[in-house]
Design a protein around this ligand. Sequence first.
Ligand code: ATP
Length: 671
Amino acid sequence: MQVLRGGIRQSKRINDNPESSASLVPTARNAAPNRGRGRGRGRGRGRGGMNPEENQKLVGPSACGRGCNGINLPVRQVVENSAEKPVAVKEEGSTSSLPERVQLGNSPVYKLDRKLGKGGFGQVFVGRRISGGTGCSGPDAFEVALKFEHQNGKGCSSGPPYEWQVYSTLNGCYGLPLVHYKGQLGGYYILVMDMLGPSLWDVWNSNNQMLTEEMVACIAVEAISILEQLHLKGFVHGDVKPENFLLGQPGTSKEKTLYLVDLGLASRWKEAASARHVDYDQKPDVFRGTVRYASVHAHLGRTGSRRDDLESLAYTLIFLLRGKLPWQGYIGENKGFLVCKKKMGTSPAALCSLCPPPFQQFLEIVTNMKFDEEPNYSKLISLFHNSIDFNSSIHPIQIDGAIKVGQKRERSLTELEDGEQLKKKVRLGSPASQWISIYNSRTLMKQRYHFNVIDSRLNQHVEKGKEDGLYVSCVASSSNLWAIVMDAGTGFTSQVYELSPIFLHKEWIMEQWEKNYYITSVAGACNGSALVIMSKGTPYTQQSYKVTDVFPFKWINKKWKEGFSVTSMTAAGNKWGIVMSRNAGYRLQVVELDFLYPSEGIHRRWEKGFRITSAAATEDQAAFILSAPKRKSQDVMQETLRTSAFPSTQVKDKWLKNLYISSICYGRTVS
Ligand SMILES: Nc1ncnc2c1ncn2[C@@H]1O[C@H](COP(=O)(O)OP(=O)(O)OP(=O)(O)O)[C@@H](O)[C@H]1O
């Protein structure tokens, strides 16, 4: 089918235009690498499982690059903390070498007593005051909690634990234990803090692994107000889970008071100097948090923001109420990915089918929040209004903070109801496979497309195109049928292609590299075969490709550092094929990867001047590479479209607006 272009009109609009009104319920792949530090089962596992094949063209002495090294690990990473007592693992900071007595500066002298707990980073003991101090609370308390982190410990390679900095800023914040002293002794960094009681996990466990609706509702409202206060100070906690909520000491007036501990993964959502919201980013191989309770955005490596604490709180509450989450029980290297896929594939209605309505409402609101959206804490608290008698002074958990927030409730409710009408639900809908087509503004150009092409007809279309002065600019596959887009604006001078049952057939590609052809587009079919287009006339000076079972962000990151850019990519079944080239003309590239069309991320990147330059999708995930050009020439307008059928009619409308297909793929979206 040939369609000629006509009409020149320059519009300036960025549009993200799904054919169907999209809302989502996805499934997933390649989310959180199960690695890093944590208690129990998950400790110290690597990511692995993504090294099938990498080929590289070198200019000069040829070589074949393999391996993926050199990625920076985040400050701390925690894998799923199974709700079991920490497994005793002897490591740096073992009890044997702990100082028996602790005095930091002018603090009282504390004698080390029983162990209160242990995390991936620290060990916490009771410190019993033996001299100094006269009072009975705060630093003078008869018993305090001493948190030890060894100087050679993983979190202390460049000085005192990061948590110290956070406590310095947040000390005194509502709902956090007070830190009274900190200092170094006997090879340890030591925090002296208020001693607290059992964690919510302990309470849940000793209550037959189930808590009452009223109890969990009280936890909900008080936890929301603690998070509100923490957020007000510009921080997000980053590891909200039952183990990190502690009650006050049993037998004291604080035994029903809720506290939030462990600020080791806290980060700023608001910049200290400018008070601006931190910038959005996604690093798909970076995971911080605890797999079971982490937000989907955290699994996907997105910069943490207030919404993530609330999503983790939602999973925490449902766990405490129901005793189980549907993504428990996954094991192995792919655990993070499978858990994230399950989270995305479980609708709030399904997850909360046995919970009272406020829990589903809470989950729906928080999972539909934008990256920089300010949570409406009083609205969230008010959801639990009917489960709690706010007029009573006796509650299973004290809700002082929530009652204060509640005083503002009336006004906020009205505000929210209006705003809510307009809000697009970002995580609702059914998984679907669709065409994702991307259009760039260009000057008048001849473009042609063919779709539903069977293998044997490919040659005819390609040859006819060549006769008419057109080269293949992008290819895709759906149901083992090919779609090819040809145009007169590629700048190529010669082109070859191969359709092979082998996904990215190495021998053929290397043969063409020898003849100075470079891969310019690739498409994989679900039967595993691939169509590889190689061209002359590209600016590339070196090329490399990789085939993997999980999206190879780590390899991409390594190659970025070596000066390569992603220039094409595709997927076949669950396999990804990524091509990277040197001298592609991009200053910077970023990745958007999600279990659904990552609308918000794409818009944020567009705003920063990035444009989609490659797209690929498996049945589970869609990936987009967005690039910022080296030369800041004219702003390229870009639109995307999602359609269940090949967008043949829509393409013609786009042409009328001087928008031409620049990338196309078929795979994961939502309808
Ligand atoms: N102030 C406290 N009073 C009583 N117990 C405490 C206190 N602080 C911490 N704990 C206990 O010690 C455990 C470990 O503390 P914390 O979570 O701060 O350590 P961590 O090494 O930073 O943990 P993680 O591996 O989760 O990052 C907690 O789960 C809790 O049981």
